[in-house]
Design a protein. Structure first.
Length: 228
């Protein structure tokens, strides 16, 4: 089975305004990060991480999903993707989507588009059935993370938002990454950990339209593919 390869890119505007994105420097691991030289077991660890990634993509599904949209990828060798609908970001627009029955894995909300850059500003909120805010983001899309598969032509970008994080020293030259400002149900940027029995309402507003035609598909993907 060939592995999926993703590249993350950020706009020039984002690079000028923010320090380098830590996701471009390292991959999030379950174990602490270390600045020590790599040992002899690195090949085995990399192999184990590759297997872990493939298995996570396979198990990150929603066999009992109820709600808007359609599941367009759900199985081994094809990453999970729920396509909720489309929106034109070149004019003021508003859309509401409802979801229920996602698995308890971590997911990431975002947009698919073949155009870049898109200078629209969007407001995205996700609330659970208890009225708790899970996601609340409002910013220009040029400041989001733009990722794409090197195998796709033309490029099909997936645009998402990561929350803030910090390195916490744990001794021995190692650090762990700690997420900041985590909301209900693990909401962090546009990441979240749904409760399978919970209902979620997603509201999307185009606060400032793009200058040119900007069609966006609203999607939910397995977050293991886009580890910050």
């Amino acid at each position: 089975m060939s592995a999926l390869c993703f590249v993350e890119v950020t706009s020039n505007v984002a690079k000028q305004q923010h320090p380098p994105n830590p996701r471009l420097q390292r991959t999030r691991l379950r174990s602490p990060l270390s600045r020590q030289p790599l040992g002899r077991g690195i090949s085995l660890r990399l192999a184990m991480l590759s297997v872990h990634a493939v298995l996570c993509v396979a198990c990150c599904g929603a066999p009992r999903y109820e709600g808007d949209g359609k599941i367009v990828g759900n199985g081994l060798g094809r990453k999970f993707e729920l396509e909720l609908g489309s929106i034109d970001a070149s004019k003021p627009a508003r859309a509401t989507f409802r979801m229920r029955g996602l698995s308890s894995n971590e997911f990431v909300l975002g947009f698919r588009t073949t155009r870049r850059p898109i200078d629209a500003t969007v407001r995205l909120t996700l609330d659970n059935g208890r009225g708790k805010a899970v996601i609340a983001e409002e910013s220009a899309l040029v400041d989001w993370v733009w990722s794409y598969s090197v195998a796709s032509e033309p490029r099909d970008y997936f645009v998402y938002r990561a929350g803030k994080q910090q390195e916490v020293p744990i001794g021995g030259g190692s650090v762990r990454l700690e997420r900041l400002g985590v909301r209900a149900d693990g909401g962090w940027g546009t990441y979240f950990h749904p409760v399978p029995s919970e209902s979620y309402t997603l509201r999307l507003d185009v606060a400032q339209p793009a200058a040119t035609l900007a069609a966006l598909r609203v999607v939910v993907q397995c977050a293991e593919v886009y580890s910050p």
